[in-house]
Design a protein around this ligand. Structure first.
Ligand SMILES: Nc1nc2c(ncn2[C@@H]2O[C@H](COP(=O)(O)OP(=O)(O)OP(=O)(O)O)[C@@H](O)[C@H]2O)c(=O)[nH]1
Ligand SMILES: [Mg+2]
Length: 193
């Protein structure tokens, strides 16, 4: 029996949304879910929502608060992530370095090994916002994400521009990742037989 015939099609995947406070994570989540813009307040704790992307496939989004006092909590959400959606306020040049440091730190965590990354270069509507190429360069994506699938998507959570592309990319990456995780588990099971 070939491996292909025993791997199952994934039905759902967990997407972890991280990024500094005010990057736009909760606004994005509501836009994904309701295609509408809601007034947000800084997230203390987390929001979780499921979105049916296609028939028989659901993404579960974990939107965790990004304030400094919330960041130590991030590590509790890393296990079981099938994709990381890292959100950046592309117009906040002053805190770009801070965002990059948090990003690098999180990528080093063992639980996120090989987990694919979609980076959202959000707030493209604001004057002076850095474009996706510039965000890619400043975050050193080619170096830090060389061991996984990654993509940088420019977007605006208010107008929704770029969001369907981001969801499409996340879905492809997360499906691929859950399949490889499952194949790995099967191999381990065979090894221990
Ligand atoms: N102009 C503009 N404003 C945005 C965009 N996305 C989010 N915002 C605004 O940015 C502010 C912060 O958005 P939130 O979604 O609350 O940010 P967050 O990342 O969830 O912040 P925490 O919960 O503190 O981690 C809100 O006033 C949003 O309306 C965008 O694409 N363009
Ligand atoms: Mg929030």
């Amino acid at each position: 029996m070939g491996l292909g015939s025993i791997t199952r099609r994934p039905l759902q995947a967990n997407i972890l949304m991280l990024g500094l406070d005010s990057a736009g994570k909760s606004t994005l989540l509501y836009k994904f879910k309701y295609n509408d813009v809601f007034l947000t307040i800084p997230t203390i704790g987390f929001n979780v929502d499921m979105i049916e992307i296609e028939k028989d496939f659901t993404l579960t989004f974990w939107d965790v608060g990004g304030q400094k006092k919330m960041r130590p909590v991030w590590c509790n959400f890393l296990e079981n992530a099938d994709g990381l959606l890292y959100v950046v306020d592309s117009s906040d040049k002053q805190r770009l370095e801070e965002s990059k440091k948090e990003f690098e730190l999180i990528l080093k965590n063992e639980f996120l090994k090989s987990v694919p990354v979609v980076m959202l270069a959000n707030k493209q509507d604001l004057p002076g916002a850095l474009n996706a190429e510039e965000i890619t360069r400043r975050f050193n994506m080619k170096k830090y994400c060389s061991d996984r699938n990654w993509y940088v998507q420019p977007c605006c959570a208010i107008t929704g521009e770029g969001l369907s592309e981001a969801l499409q990319r996340l879905t492809t990456f997360a499906k691929h990742f859950s399949r490889s995780k499952e194949t790995f588990t099967i191999f381990k099971e065979i090894e221990t037989l």
